[in-house]
Design a protein around this ligand. Structure first.
Ligand code: NAD
Length: 442
């Protein structure tokens, strides 16, 4: 079967992948638990179910997406028939991170296969159990000359990057994103870079503070804060600050109990390096709530931090852990100057009942995507593009866009032969005036 040209075969093999993922679901959840104590609920909602839904949606819509699309011809070319053909790029490299190690590896692979590409996937070495189960599932589903999994860390990835690829899809940090872009540039390989950043979360005076606190606690502490679109820091109006902090504390306790270390619903930090980085931030700052940690298990409790110093350690880079700095503002101009100090973020959140304020923030600041009165849920809508801008990434995917990312769109004009208007051909002589008239009229 030819996966490059046969849409029926692509659907068939993706259906096989779907049934293999469903039959391995328990093992996937177990692997995520072993890798970083990811709670089963979070594994199902943010990893397996997400991928299953993505696969079903892709299989259902694939024939329509792949179909050549007729477009209206340019007037001067009439009579002609103009068509956009979707062509697979060829050999695609997908490099995945560890924080949603199943979903962020599988979704790009599904889209690349749907679009007819050959794929090599390099999962994260920091979640070895999940990487192993991914390899088992993919090798059971695909011949290796169609989809292959290559395991390893920096050395292996560097070697993969020396090869020539037709497309590279990378999800990970800004620093490694730059390495990928540089390697891709050697062969002018197109890239998607899904990166990170410092995501602001604004809570204005009119916000429903109780609900804001609940939704922010959910978005910040799911996966122990190790989410690229988690709110990184809060900007709260000074009049709302004390109630809001009280509500945050209550919501953390409601979600994870008096001692979150005992909660089965709170994940651990991925490794000692990241754990130490976060502990250093806690020790550098004023803790309002939480601030507990245990080295053996890489535990860090949900922590609230009072911060108004942009030079502090925690306000330098993406936090990527369960620490939430709370900054206070009085004038709206302060919001703008704080956000503008950082690179364009992957996400931005606004909690407010004032439409004009929300519109102003959206119009003023450039960011990947976001929500008004919620956090992170923009990720779940297949109709919305997901991706960063500036330092938070290049390109976007999800839904049909994922298929388009892995397809070259080839525009072809089929010109009629039964008539041939003479206007464009030399000798031009006195044709210029007529051509100008027509072009001005268009
Ligand atoms: P990372 O950049 O350290 O690693 C990502 C991948 O790159 C891994 O597979 C790793 O093996 C490989 N890699 C690491 N160093 C490399 C090097 N020097 N050369 C070549 N390859 C290398 O990222 P991570 O720690 O796995 O993930 C966390 C980061 O990813 C955060 O910054 C987060 O914001 C970002 N992220 C972004 C998204 C998104 O959708 N935009 C999603 C998840 C995570």
């Amino acid at each position: 079967m030819n996966y490059k040209t046969d849409i029926g075969y692509r659907k068939e093999i993706l259906t096989r992948l779907l049934s293999n993922i469903i039959s391995y679901e328990n093992e996937i959840v177990k692997a995520l638990q072993e890798d970083f104590s990811k709670p089963a609920f979070e594994s199902v909602v943010t990893e397996t179910s997400y991928v299953i839904s993505d696969l079903k949606y892709t299989i259902k819509n694939l024939s329509r997406w792949a179909k050549p699309k007729k477009v209206f011809p340019f007037v001067l070319n009439i009579p002609s028939s103009d068509t956009i053909y979707k062509e697979p790029y060829g050999k695609v490299l997908v490099i995945a991170p560890w924080n949603y190690p199943f979903q962020l590896a599988l979704c790009p692979v599904i889209a690349a296969v749907a679009a007819g590409n050959q794929v090599v996937l390099k999962p994260s070495e920091l979640t070895p159990k999940t990487a192993e189960i991914i390899e088992t599932i993919l090798s059971k589903t695909f011949p290796t000359n169609h989809v292959e999994v290559v395991q390893g860390g920096v050395e292996i990835t560097s070697r993969l990057l020396e090869q020539r690829w037709d497309y590279i899809f990378f999800t990970g940090s800004v620093a490694v994103g730059k390495i990928i872009a540089k390697a891709a540039a050697k062969n002018l390989t197109p890239v998607t870079l899904e990166l990170g950043g410092k995501n602001p979360c604004i809570v204005d005076e009119t916000a429903n503070l109780r609900l804001a606190a609940k939704r922010i606690v959910w978005g910040k502490f799911i996966n122990a804060g190790q989410t690229c679109i988690a709110p990184d820091y809060i900007l709260v109006h000074k009049n709302s600050k004390s109630y809001f902090i009280q509500f945050l504390k209550e919501e953390i306790t409601k979600a994870y109990g008096e001692n979150p270390e005992l909660s089965p619903d709170f994940a651990r930090i991925i490794n000692t390096k990241n754990w130490s980085r976060l502990v250093e931030m806690i020790e550098d700052t004023k803790v309002l709530f939480g601030g507990k940690y245990t080295s053996e298990t890489h535990y860090i409790s949900p922590t609230l931090i009072e911060e108004n110093n942009l030079d502090s350690l925690i306000m330098q880079d993406e936090i990527f852990g369960p620490l939430l700095p709370i900054l206070t503002y009085e004038e709206e101009t302060e919001i703008d100057s704080i956000i503008s100090k950082y690179e364009k973020p992957l996400a931005l959140y606004i909690f407010s009942e004032r439409r004009s304020f929300c519109n102003k923030i959206i119009a003023t600041h450039s960011f990947g995507g976001g929500c008004i009165n919620d956090t992170m849920i923009h990720f779940s809508n297949k109709q919305l593009p997901f991706g960063g801008v500036g330092n938070s990434g290049i390109g976007a995917y999800h839904g049909k866009l994922s298929f388009d990312v892995f397809s070259h769109h080839k525009g072809v004009v089929k010109k009629a032969t039964w008539i041939d208007l003479p206007l464009r051909y030399a000798p031009y002589k006195d044709k210029l005036a007529s051509v100008k008239k027509i072009l001005n009229w268009l």
